[in-house]
Design a protein around this ligand. Structure first.
Ligand SMILES: [Zn+2]
Length: 197
């Protein structure tokens, strides 16, 4: 039997994605064995991110100011928007160093069965950005799985009438996968080989 505080930490950790009860238990015991200062520093980092970080007003990437450093960077090509599902996807694409446009983070992917309808994502915000003009291409880089494909099809339909070129990243990416786990070379190639929708 676990004591109250241990049980509490295990329950809290299971809220995180990919953390089942077994892993939560293992992490809890690991944290218990850590020097106090290290454990406190993990706790503080969590508090800090909630206090200081928010979503960029324009692209919904994570930022500590109103606009993220990519949106405010004058050297970025403001006529291209790459649409991704999660802020973590921005980091992987940035790591390829082969993309110099702006981003738009949807904060999820369409999944009607789970109640994730277009209104729940930052899709209207994307349409408004394109509608404002000055965008020559929208690259859809949602994940190559069912939800990501559904989202890509929906976006293509919604953006087509606005007359902007719409492309989808190519597959050297494993189908059914997540761009998060693609290596930089593969991801860079899939951006280069994007096809128009
Ligand atoms: Zn931004």
């Amino acid at each position: 039997m676990n004591s109250g505080v241990v049980e509490n930490l295990i329950n809290e950790l299971t809220r995180l994605p990919g953390i089942g009860r077994k892993t939560a238990q293992r992490l809890s015991f690991f944290i218990m064995g850590m020097p106090e200062q290290e454990a406190v520093s993990i706790a503080n980092a969590i508090i800090e991110i909630k206090k200081k970080a928010g979503f960029c007003r324009q692209c919904f990437n994570i930022t500590e100011s109103e606009l993220c450093p990519i949106c405010t960077n004058p050297r970025r090509d403001r006529s291209i928007i790459c649409v991704v599902e999660e802020p973590s996807n921005v980091i992987v694409i940035e790591n390829t160093k082969s993309y110099n446009g702006l981003y738009h983070v949807l904060l999820g992917a369409l999944s009607p069965i789970d109640g994730i309808t277009p209104e729940r994502l930052k899709i209207n915000e994307l349409i408004n950005r394109v509608r404002e003009g000055g965008i020559s291409e929208v690259i859809i880089a949602t994940n190559p799985n069912t939800k990501g494909e559904t989202t890509a099809q929906y976006l293509a339909g919604a953006l087509k009438p606005l007359g902007t070129k719409i492309s989808r990243i190519a597959y050297g990416l494993p189908i059914g996968g997540d761009i998060e786990f693609a290596d930089e070379v593969t991801l860079s190639k899939s951006l280069e080989g994007r096809r128009e929708l």
